[in-house]
Design a protein around this ligand. Structure first.
Ligand code: ARG
Length: 595
């Protein structure tokens, strides 16, 4: 049965074609996926490729062929003929090549889809079962500045959380802060030596990078300092009060700096740092030991081997200490069995891919993955400078995240001020900063999200802030343009879109550019379903970019204001801005009312 209310156009089409094949050739077996968008829009909107495998399955079954069918093209033609000329969903059916069926979607069906967005007052949610998800993202390290790698993890992670939440999933947003480890021995020693009165006078260490660097330099040069540092580690691990207090102080300072970045970028994430799992590590090691999966390596390190990997996971170092692997295994067990997360996603740079593949496999081997839980690592590429090398400042230092954000905002401020001076802007000088922040941060995010995260990318302020390219700047301007058409309808034609909606005014799809726009709007659910698979936000970027191109074509080719179709066209503008806003929300891009 074909359910025309299913918001997924792909599913509707699949069931239409499957039913038709069933009618024409009941014994044929169809593959799972039979419909996709046409590679070339000139040939149609969608193509069905079922005729070839269906014909092959008939032939192999040895059952009699339906009369008149002796190859895939005849089978495809029979399906086309049986669909007829006045189908409610598909039109312009054509046979192509060895048996492809090309088709277009009827304006009537698209009208229904777009109208339903308007009536529901929201974009349709994909039809999936909501589960508890855990997203481990951002995860910077204490006493170190966040760098562009952490920026990527933060931006991608926030968007992944929003995407999952949109589908109704409960999402645990976890910041796996690097707040434990041997480096703290050195940091504590340095603090004690450089700020001896730290107990009475909270030291003002805002430049933590410098603090870390200086401590490390001393550690490498000064043998006594190194020795003291190493002793500190033991004291800290045994819970010594004074040492814990210093550790906490360092964490607090870092935390405040991280929070500033999260506030600027509208990011919400809760800290469950490495230290949170300390007490859970020994029982995990014991579990592996009992299962006979622990291997004691030379020097006494306790390790777990995972098939196909050349090195083991190290659950306990030879000196008895716990490291990155220990924590991640304890965290994994906690997330699976205490949090009961059904889908766990960790987002780091790609170089940690093997580490997580090993952790996830070890968890499966020991039987923790007992409920079909999905474990996923999203590994992103590096950010490069325009020269293709690692992204550095002029002086060769790594780029500080905050400086990058400042620069994006100040460039946006300059361009907005210029527009004001040219009389092109709709905002006052007082509003420039706020708008520049929204666009600037949006641009930084979009520039990252719009590509496959696994790829490296070249960072360029000019490309990122381009008003004409595939950028947030272009998209935000486009959105404001559609808003202003609706505003003009009100001031110049006394037509208020909100009233049209209240009065039950309907959208009519007629012109080809209206049909194209509606087709794009009607693909939202399919895009979301594809996104839920790999959780790559670029699907949504592609969608909103294509949407804004289709909408620009529409307002260029169809007169909206003062036309006989004004009401319907205003509603179409309205649905477009709804869809754009939904995408911006999913990507974490702030709303801009006027520019
Ligand atoms: N702190 C690590 C880094 O800066 C990322 C931690 C990722 N999460 C995890 N569970 N290991 O590279």
């Amino acid at each position: 049965p074909v359910d025309l209310n299913d918001p997924s156009t792909l599913k509707v089409l699949s069931s239409i074609f499957a039913a038709q094949f069933e009618e024409v050739a009941p014994d044929a077996i169809l593959p799972a996926s039979i419909i996709k968008r046409c590679d070339n829009p000139k040939f149609g909107d969608f193509q069905c490729s079922a005729a070839m495998p269906a014909f092959a399955s008939l032939k192999n079954s040895g059952k009699p062929m339906p009369p008149g069918i002796n190859g895939p093209p005849q089978l495809a033609q029979a399906v086309i003929d049986s669909l007829g000329k006045d189908h409610p969903v598909v039109q312009d059916l054509r046979l192509q090549g060895p048996g492809f069926i090309m088709c277009k979607i009827t304006p009537a069906y698209l009208q229904r889809q777009v109208q339903s967005i308007l009536d529901q007052k929201c974009l349709p949610k994909p039809n999936v079962k909501p589960v508890t998800c855990l997203v481990d993202f951002s995860s910077p390290n204490i006493a170190k500045e966040m760098h562009v790698g952490h920026l990527r993890s933060t931006i991608i992670g926030e968007s992944v959380c929003r995407i999952l939440e949109f589908t109704g999933c409960k999402v645990e947003r976890v910041n796996h802060v690097g707040d434990w480890g041997t480096q703290f021995g050195m940091l504590i020693q340095y603090l004690k030596e450089e700020y001896p009165d730290f107990a009475d006078n909270t030291p003002n260490i805002t430049d933590l990078t410098a603090f870390y660097k200086n401590a490390k330099a001393k550690f490498d040069e000064d043998a006594d300092f190194k020795k003291a540092s190493q002793l500190n580690v033991g004291k800290l691990q045994s819970g010594d009060e004074e040492y814990m207090a210093i550790w906490k102080l360092l964490c607090d300072v870092s935390r405040m700096e991280f929070q500033k970045v999260y506030d600027r970028l509208d990011v919400t994430v809760y800290e469950y740092g490495e230290s949170f799992y300390n007490a859970m590590i020994p029982p995990v090691i014991e579990e592996f030991e009992k299962a006979g999966k622990l291997s004691i390596e030379e020097g006494g390190a306790k390790c777990v081997w995972v098939e196909k990997f050349p090195i083991p996971l190290m659950l306990q170092k030879s000196d008895g200490g716990f490291g990155y692997d220990s924590t991640d295994m304890a965290a994994l067990k906690y997330r699976l069995h205490t949090v009961k997360a059904q889908r766990i996603i960790v987002i780091t740079d790609f170089s940690q891919g093997d580490h997580f593949a090993m952790c996830n496999q070890a968890a499966k081997d020991i039987g923790w993955v007992d409920n079909g839980q999905q474990l996923q690592h999203i590994g992103f590429g590096t950010v490069q400078g325009e020269d293709g090398k690692r992204f550095k400042t002029r002086s060769g230092d790594t780029v500080r995240l905050v400086d990058l954000l400042d620069e994006a905002v100040s460039r946006m401020e300059a361009s907005l001020n210029e527009r004001i001076d040219q009389g092109k802007a709709n905002i006052s000088k007082e509003e420039v900063h706020e708008v520049a922040e929204a666009i600037g941060y949006g641009a930084v995010k979009y520039f990252d999200l719009r590509r496959n995260p696994t790829s490296n990318y070249k960072f360029s302020y000019d490309a990122m802030l381009d008003t004409k390219g595939d950028t947030a700047v272009y998209l935000l301007y486009a959105r404001v343009r559609f808003e202003s058409i609706m505003a003009k309808a009100k001031t110049e034609h006394s037509v208020d879109v909100e009233d049209l909606i209240k009065n039950g005014e309907k959208i009519v799809i007629d012109h080809e550019s209206e049909r194209k726009l509606a087709l794009q709007l009607a693909s939202f659910t399919d895009v979301m379903e594809a996104t839920l698979d790999d959780l790559f936000p670029y699907h949504i970027c592609d969608f909103v970019y294509q949407l804004s191109i289709a909408a620009s074509d529409f307002v260029t080719q169809c007169r909206v204001l003062g036309s006989p179709e004004m009401n319907s066209r205003l509603l179409l503008c309205y649905v477009t801005t709804m869809a754009m806003q939904q995408c911006f929300d999913l990507l974490g891009i702030r709303k801009v009312k006027r520019i």
